[in-house]
Design a protein around this ligand. Structure first.
Ligand code: APR
Length: 268
């Protein structure tokens, strides 16, 4: 007789959602009370593959050292440029999901409460309305020169001669995607803003990240050490589950509307 098991699962899910909703309710209206850290899982239901999900994740199909590093780009600029061009098209074709919209609506309803920090290089948070999201790993849709332009007033990337990759017509300097590659420093201002948000919050909500990449993953422990409650939303186990006070095993698009907006119940 299996039926009682399903009912017990649902009750547990409803109970932990209720406990999580109480944590969110407690910080509404509190300046900087809620810090949200998102990863690739946030955009998975918008059709953008994650990095480390088995088989479907990008790194299960491609070698990050070859495609997401300066050495890899220098070794084969065209291949790397084409790979990012594909990802750009996929990001442009994607739409924010119910999770993105719930975060944007939360920010509208309780201005000043949410500090949103993302590892994602797509623009779905911004398109949903969170235009002030802190981008830790750069922007897939913003190219920049591989080398800093030697001219006093640097050449605009828009002036690049078309190609794969486009290059400066004067010095041949190639354009590269405006994302943070492995082995590179994060943008200092973004990292500092993220640290301040993690230190100041009363609730750290972590959505759709494996916690495999630092220093982003370290923000969770920093918040906890400063006394914040840590709540994780992820359908699978992550490397930072130990930092959590509460874990919701579910997806971003399904969990965030009831969690943040309280106006929809968790369906069977
Ligand atoms: N909703 C919520 N979480 C999800 C969903 C979903 N629909 N689908 C998958 N996940 C979870 C997975 O269980 C996994 O824990 O999202 C996580 C995705 O992990 P990664 O693929 O490792 O992505 P992320 O944590 O963002 O990677 C960090 O690594 O490759 C670099 O720069 C890249 O920003 C990226 C960083």
């Amino acid at each position: 007789m299996r039926r009682p098991l399903r009912r017990r699962h649902l009750n547990a899910a409803v109970q932990s959602l209720a406990a999580a909703q109480a944590l969110v309710r407690a910080v509404r209206g509190r300046p900087g009370g809620l810090c949200v850290l998102t990863g690739a899982g946030m955009s998975a239901e918008s059709g953008i593959p994650t990095f480390r999900d088995a088989l479907t994740g990008l790194w299960a199909r491609f070698d990050p050292a070859e495609l997401a590093s300066e050495d890899g780009f220098r070794a084969d600029p065209q291949r790397v440029w084409d790979w990012y061009a594909e990802r750009r098209e996929a990001a442009r074709a994607a739409e924010p999901n119910a999770g993105h919209h719930a975060l944007a609506r939360f920010a509208q309803r309780w201005p000043g409460t949410l500090a949103l920090v993302t590892q994602n290089v797509d623009d779905l948070h911004q398109r949903a309305g969170n235009t002030d999201a802190v981008r830790l790993h750069g922007d897939l849709l913003a190219d920049r020169w591989l080398q800093a332009c030697p001219r006093r007033r640097g050449c605009s990337p828009d002036a690049a001669v078309p190609g794969r990759p486009p290059r400066c017509g004067e010095c041949g300097n190639p354009l590269r995607p405006g994302v943070v590659w492995f082995g590179e420093e994060l943008p200092p201002q973004a990292l500092e803003a993220a640290r301040q948000a993690a230190e100041a919050c009363a609730l750290m909500l972590v959505i759709g990240t494996s916690g495999a990449v630092w220093p982003a993953a370290g923000l969770v422990g920093l918040a906890r050490r400063r006394g914040a409650q840590v709540l994780i939303v992820n359908p699978a186990a992550s490397e930072i589950d130990d930092e959590a006070h509460l874990v919701l095993r579910g997806t971003a698009a399904r969990m965030l509307p009831p969690l943040l907006l309280d106006d929809t119940a968790l369906g069977p």
